[in-house]
Design a protein around this ligand. Structure first.
Ligand SMILES: NC(=O)C1=CN([C@@H]2O[C@H](COP(=O)(O)OP(=O)(O)OC[C@H]3O[C@@H](n4cnc5c(N)ncnc54)[C@H](OP(=O)(O)O)[C@@H]3O)[C@@H](O)[C@H]2O)C=CC1
Ligand SMILES: Cc1cn([C@H]2C[C@H](O)[C@@H](COP(=O)(O)OP(=O)(O)O[C@H]3O[C@@H](C)C(=O)[C@@H](O)[C@H]3O)O2)c(=O)[nH]c1=O
Length: 283
């Protein structure tokens, strides 16, 4: 980056937040939940009033999709009300707000690839709270970027890759759903693309972003074990055989031409990014 930027990263201990820490640029100020709870609107206002931030990249969120079904208030506080706080404070102090949202806001009832203009039919508390957060931003602040991404994993925190590696050590075979189709996304690629977007000019709005290729969770699991040379059998099952408290969309095929056309960014193929993450885990 360069000296023109002064960027606050909220939720810095999460998967995406940690990737910004890995980049470790001097333009960044990192705050975790302990340092800045984004649901505390006074604290957020005070933090911005006393600093000179050009951007906030909001990596803070409530991401426990199933638990959200029984923690609706908390989930909405973090993913919707707190995002509103951030948007109001950014608008007041002339700060650009970069926010991360989810493929789960779309939840279409067809198999067609999804662009940013597609109608959203979020199902479940997490998905609804993420769309509510987005809507606050669009209503409050023009100078924003919302990145809708999917199936995020990294060497940090909890995610599908780490769950598969853990279960693969414990069991010879696993049942994994094969009818939810989307793209895994390496958190490091999200951090990189956000920085490219910030440096690439003022093109506000909502953008899909994920790694390239549309696959099922079962295919993802198989490739994780293949790259790790683990002999684990993946039994492909329908979602109906894997009941969960929150329903997941069957179609998460995000079209990424808006982001590639407007920002001229290169997307990484999902297997290539998976390889990088597994290497990172080895280290
Ligand atoms: N994970 C995924 O598969 C996907 C994620 N996304 C979106 O990407 C973004 C980043 O996700 P990811 O990095 O995986 O999320 P993580 O769950 O890994 O990290 C979220 C971070 O936010 C922190 N946090 C929670 N509540 C607050 C609060 N009130 N104030 C400040 N910080 C808080 C958490 O802290 P603590 O752990 O202490 O609660 C955690 O460190 C989120 O907006 C998410 O919705 C989109 C698509 C897929
Ligand atoms: C562990 C496991 C999961 N699954 C299924 C359940 C689910 O449909 C799918 C993925 O499971 P997870 O619980 O890891 O994924 P989930 O928490 O639903 O992941 C979502 O998180 C939120 C935050 C997002 O925004 C989404 O983009 C998406 O990444 O795999 C199996 O079929 N077998 C298994 O052994």
């Amino acid at each position: 980056m360069n000296n023109n930027y002064n960027i606050l990263i909220t939720g810095c201990e999460g998967q995406v937040g940690k990737e910004f820490q890995k980049i470790g640029d001097s333009d960044f100020t990192f705050v975790s939940r302990e340092t800045l709870d984004i649901t505390d609107s006074d604290a957020v206002q005070a933090f911005l009033r006393n600093s000179n931030f050009t951007h906030i990249i909001n990596c803070a969120a409530y991401t426990a999709v199933d638990k959200a079904e029984t923690e609706k208030d908390l989930c909405f506080q973090v993913n919707a009300e707190a995002v509103k706080n951030l948007a109001l404070a950014c608008e007041k102090y002339n700060v650009v707000l970069v926010h991360i949202s989810s493929d789960y806001v779309y939840h279409p009832n067809n198999d067609l690839p999804i662009d940013e203009a597609s109608t959203c039919h979020p199902k479940g508390v997490y998905a609804e709270s993420k769309l509510a957060g987005e809507n606050h931003i669009r209503q409050i602040i023009k100078r924003h970027i919302i990145l809708r991404t999917s199936w995020v994993y990294s060497s940090f925190g909890n995610n599908f890759v780490k769950t598969m590696l853990r279960l693969g050590k414990e069991k010879d075979s696993l049942n994994v759903v094969n009818d939810q189709i989307g793209s895994p996304t390496y958190a490091a690629d999200i951090a990189s693309v956000i920085l490219e977007m910030i440096q690439n000019g003022e093109k506000w709005g909502t953008y899909n972003f994920s790694n390239l290729g549309f696959i099922s969770w079962a295919e993802f699991a198989k490739e994780i074990f293949k790259q790790r040379k683990l002999e684990v059998i993946v039994n492909e099952i329908p979602t109906s055989d894997y009941p969960t408290p929150a329903s997941r969309p069957l179609n998460s095929r995000l079209i990424k031409s808006k982001i590639t056309d407007k920002f001229n960014v290169e997307l990484s193929y999902w297997k290539t990014s998976l390889k990088k993450c597994l290497k990172e885990l080895d280290n």
